[in-house]
Every structure is written in structure tokens, then in C-alpha cells.
Design a protein around this ligand. Structure first.
Ligand code: UT7
Length: 332
């Protein structure tokens, strides 16, 4: 049946924690200032999740909004995928916790770990199940609570990240011009050391020593990741467009992973796109890892930025290293 079925986004939703942490707030804790953060990253403030909540709680809120938007009951879901690097527990998957709380009783559920590219990896994976006809309805969530793994005394990382969750409902639709047209996923594990969280896994389980050495905090070589991001964001975008037989001029909206405004600007330049064709919100939320793309997608959709038939290009990069792009025709 492949070819006649497409995976179409029929609903979006997102959740942002209430607590706002501004650049000035951070300047009271570490040696930084609003001017440095704004000019180097574009970020003004970020959200931090309440202590008694975890990633799955944000997923549930985003998922309920996406289901309502799509007019779908959780009981109708065949599949739930959560892209995250900050699952509630090492196992079981956050997707299983979400499946239980939504009472999506017939849905298969699993997490995808692809750093900030997690949502796109999940979206592409879910689309394969729908395009083959195996499943009809999927929920894909990107959610991260990086505030829990940041070293709040490290100014080179603590100013960059924020918490949030975004979700989409995907449905299999036959003989349609809308939906996902093409995708591209990349990985290069030789760059694993550039962005990681060394402690808590099987190589370095939690011990008093691992805690004292700060091995349970996110580590990043920012400059190297920056160079990689600038290169791969543009490449992923051009690769997907070529695969779909489209060109840069066809793109109505670019929804990029939101890590640094300078990286977004470099992608726009590479694609020769004007700045009114991109949607950014990192000034309000910082880098939300897997949640960046679906939250931006949901916000832009709810602001009425997209028209039915618009060509959207979603691109991301992240730990792994990983990167990817998805081209889709907006159906709502
Ligand atoms: O989603 C994937 C995850 N990560 C990313 O996408 C991040 C990619 N990388 C970046 O966005 C940028 O590399 C950063 C924003 C992290 C850093 O910007 P940069 O222009 O590469 O700055 P830098 O690391 O070269 O640091 C320049 C200076 C250094 O001081 P010296 O050595 O020149 O005296 C840093 O110590 O800025 C200093 N610095 C800060 N100063 C004030 C680093 N962090 C801060 C800070 N406030 N928060």
C-alpha cells in the first residue's frame, strides 16, 4: 500500500512550565549578564519545571491539547513515541507512562533517544508505521526537562536550556497531497563526546564518586557543537528538499531546532530564505532540546501563521551527534 498512504499532522499541542527564569536571574547565580546571553544566543528567558513534576507530566499536557486539536480520543491511538533525553526514569520509557495516564490502551509505546533531534526521529519513525498501513493514528511527543541535568554553576551551559514539551497527532490518510513528503535522518557517533551526560548509565553508574565529580550533569563543547550545527542544519534541509523534488523557494516556513539564533540565521543564509519564513521562540524558552521543534510548530499553528497547503521544513541537530529534516505540506 506504500505510496497511497501519507502521515498527516492533524493536531498539535504544547506545554510550557509557569516558572520563568530571566537572564538577570541567572546573573545573580553565575558570572554572566543579559547582554552576553542575548547577543551570543538570542535567549532572554527560559521556563523551569516545578520540582514535583517530571517529563511525563509535561508530555500529558501537550498530548491532551494535540488530541483535542485533532478531535481524536486517546483510546484510538495505535502508537505513542516520546523523543527525550530526560525520561522520568532510565526505564520504563516515558512513552509507557504517558500511554497509561492517557488510557491509550491499544497503543504501542516507546521512547527515542536522539538528543535535540529526538522529536524528528520520532516523527519519521511514526510516519513509517502509518505509510505502510500498519497503524492509523500516532502521537509523537518531544519533551525534555534539562533543568534537572544542568550544572547550574556552569555558565557555559546553564544559560542555554529550558524545559518544555510539544506533541503532534499523526494520522494515515490515503490519496492526499498533504502530510509528510520526505525526510532525512543523519548520525555520527564519533561526536558523542561533544555533548553528553556521562553518569547514570551502565558505563558509569551512580556512586558517591560519580556525583562528587559532577558526572550526572550535561557536558558540552559548545564551539564544536556550534560548527556542527551550522553545517548540518543547512545540509539536512537541502537533502530533504532534493529528495522531494523541491527547492528552497518552495519553502513557506522553516521550523528549526532552537538552540541559538546565530545557528538559525546561518541556516537561513545557507537556504537563501528571508527571515519572515522562519518561526523562532527561543528568546522566550531557550533550547528545549527535543521539545523545541514541536513547541514552535504548535505556537506558529495556533498564531495562524500557516495556511493549508504551505510547505513546512522542520530541521534539527543534537547529541549523538544526530541531525535530520522533514518536509511536509500543512493540512489544517
Ligand atoms: O541543541 C544542541 C545543544 N547545544 C548547542 O546548540 C550549543 C551550540 N553552541 C553555542 O550556541 C555557542 O557555542 C555558545 C552559546 C555555547 C557559546 O558561544 P561562543 O560564541 O562559542 O562563546 P565561547 O564558548 O567561545 O565563549 C566566549 C567567551 C569565553 O571567555 P574567554 O575565554 O573569551 O575569556 C567564555 O568563557 O565567553 C565566555 N562565556 C560567558 N561569558 C558570560 C561563556 N559562557 C558565558 C556566559 N556569560 N554565560
Amino acid at each position: 500500500m506504500k505510496g497511497s498512504l501519507k502521515a498527516v499532522i492533524t493536531g498539535t499541542g504544547s506545554y510550557l512550565p509557569d516558572q520563568i527564569v530571566t537572564n538577570d536571574d541567572l546573573a545573580k547565580q553565575v558570572d554572566t549578564n543579559d547582554e552576553w546571553i542575548r547577543t551570543r544566543t538570542g535567549i532572554r528567558e527560559r521556563r523551569v519545571l516545578a520540582e514535583d513534576l517530571a517529563t511525563s507530566d509535561m508530555c500529558i499536557e501537550a498530548a491532551r491539547k494535540a488530541l483535542e486539536d485533532a478531535g481524536i480520543a486517546a483510546a484510538d491511538l495505535d502508537l505513542i513515541i516520546v523523543g527525550t533525553v530526560t525520561s522520568d526514569m532510565l526505564f520504563p520509557s516515558t512513552a509507557c507512562l504517558v500511554q497509561h495516564r492517557l488510557e491509550a490502551l491499544k497503543a504501542a509505546a516507546f521512547d527515542v533517544s536522539a538528543g535535540c533531534t529526538g522529536f524528528l526521529y520520532g516523527l519519521v519513525t511514526a510516519a513509517q508505521f502509518l505509510e505502510t498501513g500498519m497503524y492509523r493514528t500516532a502521537l509523537v511527543i518531544g519533551a525534555d526537562t534539562l533543568s534537572r541535568v544542568i550544572d547550574w554553576s556552569d555558565r557555559s551551559t546553564c544559560v542555554l536550556f529550558g524545559d518544555g514539551a510539544g506533541a503532534v497527532v499523526l494520522e494515515a490518510v490515503s490519496n492526499t497531497d498533504y502530510g509528510i513528503l520526505g525526510s532525512y535522518l543523519g548520525a555520527d557517533g564519533s561526536g558523542a563526546h561533544l555533548l553528553n551526560l556521562p553518569g547514570g548509565g551502565s558505563r558509569c553508574p551512580a556512586t558517591r564518586d560519580s556525583v562528587e565529580k559532577g558526572l550526572h550533569h550535561l557536558r558540552m563543547e559548545g564551539k564544536e557543537v556550534f560548527k556542527f550545527a551550522v553545517k548540518t542544519m543547512g545540509e539536512a534541509a537541502l537533502h530533504v528538499l532534493k529528495e522531494c523534488g523541491l527547492s528552497q523557494e518552495d519553502v513557506d516556513f522553516l521550523i528549526p531546532h532552537q538552540a541559538n539564533l546565530r545557528i538559525v540565521d546561518a541556516a537561513l543564509k545557507r537556504l537563501e530564505l528571508p527571515s519572515d519564513r522562519v518561526y523562532t521562540n527561543l528568546e522566550k524558552y531557550g533550547n528545549m532540546s527535543s521539545a523545541s521543534v514541536p513547541v514552535a510548530l504548535d505556537e506558529a499553528a495556533r498564531l495562524g501563521k500557516f495556511q493549508k497547503g504551505n510547505l513546512l521544513l522542520l530541521i534539527a541537530f543534537g547529541a549523538g551527534l544526530t541531525w535530520g529534516g522533514v518536509a511536509l505540506r500543512w493540512a489544517k
